[in-house]
Design a protein around this ligand. Sequence first.
Ligand code: NAP
Length: 279
Amino acid sequence: MTILSGTARLAGITGWPVRHSRSPRLHGFWLERYGIDGAYVPLPIAPADFPAAVRGLMLAGFAGVNVTIPHKVAAFAICDEVDESARRAGAVNTLVFGNGKIIGSNTDGWGFLENLRAHGVDPAAGPALILGAGGAARAVAAVLLSLGVRVTLANRTRARAEALARELPGLTLIDWDQRDHALPGNALLVNTTSLGMAGHSPVEIGLDRGARGLTVADIVYVPLETPLLAAARARQIRAVEGLGMLLYQAVPGFRAWFGVDPAVDEALRRFVAADLLAA
Ligand SMILES: NC(=O)c1ccc[n+]([C@@H]2O[C@H](COP(=O)([O-])OP(=O)(O)OC[C@H]3O[C@@H](n4cnc5c(N)ncnc54)[C@H](OP(=O)(O)O)[C@@H]3O)[C@@H](O)[C@H]2O)c1
């Protein structure tokens, strides 16, 4: 049993709904591991209540919160300050409360990079091809562009890719059906679409056309091994799974709220993965 003191540090995840979030499990693992007097709780908040609820959490003494669907853009709007990562992503997933101010950042891009590096992949090794133009694509494209990487993007709905390109100068767009053709010039292929998720059809792309040294990263993490990653591994192409990004994106928030720099290691991975396998 965990008994909190009267000065326990509090954080949580805001979303609507929030019951599927793995973040309480992830942060709970670290709180237990480091013996911290604190708690990380699910906070289901309806969209219309979001601004008032976040101010209320700050007034109630929370150290901050994570933000998930559908609040990431609304969270950007209520911040008193945002950092460069949030500006680049146009959305916020981590709020830190301090001196009566809400400070926002977006750790998805950083989590994506750290996960690549943990797999021995240099994200700036060469050009990248991104599939998808949703919220996650924006974070991934923006962080790669910030490293000076040449980024090409294909999305099923061209208009959505064009809207993203207006926000992210330097992005090259191709039509969705040109993705096979574009693959050979790239060192990194990233799937940020929901294709490959359990219950969805797989990503279709001709990996045999990939350059030598290609890395395939999939940010989908249910299932842990997507059909795209399995196809890459079957061809001895380096494959980087999405769970690591989820684990790393949680690090900056935990550090800010609870004052400990938490480790992303195999024990954490197994603990969170066990829950995904049980789902
Ligand atoms: N590992 C992590 O930490 C992490 C973080 C964030 C997200 N994710 C995962 O990333 C995925 C995308 O998240 P998101 O927030 O960016 O979602 P989103 O904003 O809803 O975007 C979904 C993307 O998938 C594309 N798509 C959906 N169905 C498709 C189909 N049948 N054929 C081709 N493209 C299709 C959409 O294309 P259209 O524009 O044409 O609809 C869009 O580009 C989800 O699986 C999510 O769980 C993982």
